[in-house]
Design a protein around this ligand. Sequence first.
Ligand code: GNR
Ligand code: NI
Length: 183
Amino acid sequence: MAILDIVFFPDPVLQKVCEPVDEVDDSIRQLVDDMVETMYDAPGIGLAAPQVGVTKRITVIDIQRSDEEGEEVQSDLHVFINPEIIEREGQITWEEGCLSIPGVYEKVKRAERVVVRALDRDGEPFEIEAEELLAVALQHEIDHLDGVLFLEHLSHLKRRLAIKKYKKLLAKAAEEDEDEDAQ
Ligand code: GNR
Ligand code: NI
């Protein structure tokens, strides 16, 4: 297994519509395993293939092992290959973040409950009914597979402010790196 490099906004790969997987073979399973390791390492509650530069319709989610520092918590790992939302219901607002836009958190409105059909790591079809955070994460990840970031769900004003804030954070991080190099 390997920890992969995460791609950051505004990398154009994050805006690509990803290709369906036509056969779940060992190379796909290898990618899935690397994505899982990368998600836990980040740490994040989900990761979509384009976030590691691969434009395939694959995402992994584990909302259990999110922000617990060092503590062993039960994992609830889900692998979704070619996921499709087949039902959506209700509305929920959640403060979202994205590993590809670190430091930016904004409230987004999504369906409160979704039913998703996908293939698992063995290529077997399954369906899952999800509510609240798992439903939010699924919609966030499936958006990634369509080249959509959570910023696109904000008003134009809020999106502009969020991007401005992110660019400031980036500039500050670059400055700090330079300072370190100078020491
Ligand atoms: O780690 C993540 N947390 C999160 C919180 C609220 C809504 C969505 C997410 S997904 C994010 C990881 C990520 O960027 N996945 O694409
Ligand atoms: Ni994301």
